[in-house]
Design a protein around this ligand. Structure first.
Ligand SMILES: *Cc1c(COP(=O)(O)O)cnc(C)c1O
Length: 357
């Protein structure tokens, strides 16, 4: 603690990302990274662009990348905002759309960055308890005083909402922005994208970090009514006009031009998720139905922390959140079939020994 810190920095409890080990040969199932490399077209595009052009500032409006997205999602370019990862877009959205004194709503169990953005921006929030099976309730989000934020599929549970329910929440918050964080939508959920023409208060946020294997490139985007997009641009241009660099913009566009690769890797993860879920259930785990690239699982008779440590001893990293309601759960990212097989072997041994003890 320094006496020079502002009060907001003194009091904020910052987001803690999953461990990124420097050495060691870990199977990394702790940060929902994609186990497959990005499309080879991405590296090729970046290589070709790494030349004298880097002398110049990047295009602050990210036009070329937004045009690619507009073509892909059948939108107008001015309905799209590009940012340095979706985390940055969320930070801009808090600045652009939420107000001190008007509490926003999100689930009690959801992406743990949301309360951090609230704290640093002095925005109050109310949490809505998830249902007992960790699905998202609907009516409690009606008539929020300051806005609604929903991760869909939700993190760290993986459960996904029906579009009709999302639309009911949007309709019942006409005075406020409803932000749907779709970091995991490509793994089997239905995007709220198709609702943006009908609802000017809907902002859909997506990322290239998960389904497109580009967590290291830091690219996300938001889609919504053009006035919402202008709000995000104002927030950005009050902070840093060039949050996306030239190479990131070019690599990101290339990722959307290789649909076959995207579908192939995405479908592999969905398939592996199904197989891994079945196997976990056979071992006696409770597994939340997931539409994401991770599963949220618990074994009633073995503490999650014990399983976490056992996996770590065996070189497998997963995520444990020491928080109310979920402290006996582990969030396990879906890796390759081989990685999940190794994970299951450790879990099998552990559950067997537990019975013998
Ligand atoms: C991973 C994740 C993000 C952040 O993605 P980046 O684009 O890498 O910043 C945002 N929201 C949720 C729910 C996530 O899980």
């Amino acid at each position: 603690m320094s006496k020079y810190w502002s009060n907001s920095i003194k009091s904020v409890e910052t987001y803690v990302p999953g461990e990124q080990p420097k050495g060691g040969n870990f199977i990394k199932l702790n940060t929902n990274e994609n186990p497959y490399p990005p499309s080879p077209a991405v590296a090729e595009a970046i290589r070709c662009a790494a030349d004298e052009r880097l002398r110049r500032y990047p295009d602050p409006s990210c036009d070329s990348f937004r045009e690619t997205l507009a073509g892909y999602y059948k939108l107008d370019k001015n309905q799209i905002f590009a940012g340095n990862g979706s985390d940055e877009i969320l930070a801009f959205a808090w600045k652009a759309f939420f107000e001190p004194g008007k509490p926003i709503m999100f689930a009690d169990v959801t992406y743990s960055f949301y309360p951090v953005y609230c704290k640093i921006n002095s925005i109050d929030f109310e949490t809505v308890p998830l249902n007992d099976d960790f699905t998202m309730p609907v009516e409690p989000f009606f008539g929020s005083r300051g806005g609604v934020v929903i991760a869909n599929p939700n993190a760290p549970t993986g459960s996904c909402m029906e579009l009709e329910d999302i639309e009911r929440i949007i309709k019942n918050n006409p005075e406020n922005v409803v932000l749907i964080d779709e970091a995991y939508i490509d793994f089997g959920g239905k995007s709220a994208l198709e609702l943006i023409e009908r609802h000017e208060n809907l902002l859909v946020v997506q990322t290239l970090s998960k389904a497109r294997s580009l967590a290291g490139l830091r690219v996300g985007f938001a889609m919504g009514d053009k006035d919402l997009i202008t709000g995000l641009e104002k927030a950005r241009d009050s902070f840093n006009s060039y949050t996306l660099d030239t190479l990131a913009l070019i690599g990101a566009a290339a990722a959307f031009e290789d649909e076959e690769y995207f579908l192939g890797t995405r479908n592999s993860i969905i398939r592996t998720r199904g197989e891994f879920t079945d196997e976990l259930r056979k071992l006696g785990f409770d597994v939340v139905e997931s539409k994401a690239n991770f599963v949220f699982a618990s074994k009633k008779d073995i503490p999650a922390l014990k399983i976490f440590k056992k996996l770590r001893e065996n070189g497998i990293l997963v995520r444990h959140f020491d928080k109310p309601r979920i402290s006996n759960y582990l969030r396990i990212t879906i890796g390759t079939p081989e990685q999940m097989k190794e994970t299951l072997q450790v879990l099998k041994k552990l559950t067997q020994n537990h019975i013998d003890e």
